[in-house]
Design a binder for this molecule. Structure first.
Ligand code: KG4
Ligand code: ZN
Length: 347
């Protein structure tokens, strides 16, 4: 069975084709991605209306590219999957509308996918694929969650952020340091030249005894610290700026690592899956690798280029849902989107 996946929930248009054979793990045949980041950088963040318009421009050319790279024609597609939520309503409507129109014209069924389930299952696309059950650390631009995952569609929320997401903490702190949107990757590069112990920043909820996170206070502490430092906090080449980046990253990473290890310990699980854009962070990976080795826990990540939003994870999640029987694809082409949609509400 061949499944086409379309992602358009935020500022990346992603299209991909996966193939399933029996119960074997689905195989990625091809995928194509267009990132709108450059367009939004002028505004310091994603402009929803511009995002929607650009998805309209990109989605069909990307689909053609995916089909031609896989050497498959549209009539060979069995199911069209699309991101139904969560995300920007207008952006979601583009991918959903195109997916349903395409499927209707081909007479094939459609499947709406949860964006975070896509992230969660994206490590199954890597050579070192995990096995169920596991603890998942979901760290994207909009979400920070620890989940217990017993199978496809069997997600139990263990803890989550009560305010900002980890990705948001990276992005907002990076902005204070004068780095372009989205600041996570830039902040982490800058941090490599800095001293993570230079500034004392809070580790919110580190000892709260539960698995919740809070990053809004950290952002305020970074602001206060940057005001104390003065212009050097956002001046290119200033050592203080690199030190601030390293100290910020250290605070975020320490909380994520500690809470993940607590989740593993309290559930007795021996496997951790990290997913979402922040999962690309090198320091986070290094520290999780070290902590998991010590605790004899296996840790899995998506391939680096599949950490941030892409179509492959949407096609993959659809394929795994179909294989597991969690959902069937239907030839019903009326659609709605779910801009807010908690993952643990997904059956
Ligand atoms: O999963 P994602 O692509 O989008 C959402 O679904 O939200 O995550 C984007 C987030 C942004 O906040 C971005 O700054 C962050 O992931 N990010 C990183 C890195 N790469 C992406 N944060 C820290 N270090 C990175 N290397
Ligand atoms: Zn995402």
């Amino acid at each position: 069975m061949r499944i086409l996946g379309i992602e358009s929930s935020c500022d990346e248009t992603g299209v991909a084709l996966v193939e399933t054979t029996g119960d074997a793990l689905p195989r990625l045949l091809s995928h194509a991605l267009y990132s709108q980041i450059e367009m939004h950088q002028a505004y310091g963040g994603v402009v929803p209306e511009l995002a929607s318009r650009d998805h309209i421009r990109r989605v069909l050319p990307l689909t053609r590219q995916v089909m031609s790279e896989a050497g498959v024609s549209l009539s060979d597609v069995d199911v069209v999957a699309y991101t139904r939520g969560p995300g920007l309503a207008g952006a979601l409507l583009v991918g959903s509308g195109v997916a349903c129109a395409l499927a209707a014209s081909l007479g094939k069924p459609v499947l709406g996918v949860h964006h975070l389930e896509g992230h969660l299952l994206s490590p199954f696309l890597s050579a070192d694929a995990p096995e169920f059950p596991f603890i998942a650390l979901l760290v994207s631009g909009g979400h920070t969650q620890l989940m217990r995952v017993d199978g496809v569609g069997r997600y139990e929320l263990l803890g989550e952020t009560i305010d900002d997401a980890a990705g948001e903490a990276f992005d907002k702190s990076a902005k204070l340091m004068g780095l372009p949107y989205p600041g996570g990757p830039g902040l982490s590069r800058l941090a490599e030249q800095g001293n993570p112990a230079a500034y004392k920043l809070p580790r919110p909820l580190l000892h709260s005894g539960d698995l919740d996170f809070s990053f809004a206070g950290l952002k305020t502490a970074v602001l206060t610290q940057s005001q104390k430092i003065g212009p050097a906090a956002h001046t290119e080449g200033a050592p203080e700026r690199a030190d601030l980046a390293a100290s910020t990253q250290a605070a975020i990473v320490e909380v994520l690592v500690k809470k993940s290890m607590t989740a593993l310990k309290t559930t007795g699980m021996k496997r951790l899956v990290v997913a979402g854009g922040v999962g690309a962070n090198r320091e986070l990976r290094a520290q999780l690798n070290a902590a998991c080795a010590k605790a004899r826990v296996r840790v899995h990540y998506p391939e680096l280029h599949l950490c941030t939003d892409n179509g492959a994870m949407i096609a993959m999640a659809a394929a795994m849902r179909l294989q597991s029987g969690a959902q069937v694809a239907e030839a019903r082409y009326s659609f709605d989107v779910k801009p807010r949609w908690p993952l643990h509400e997904l059956a």
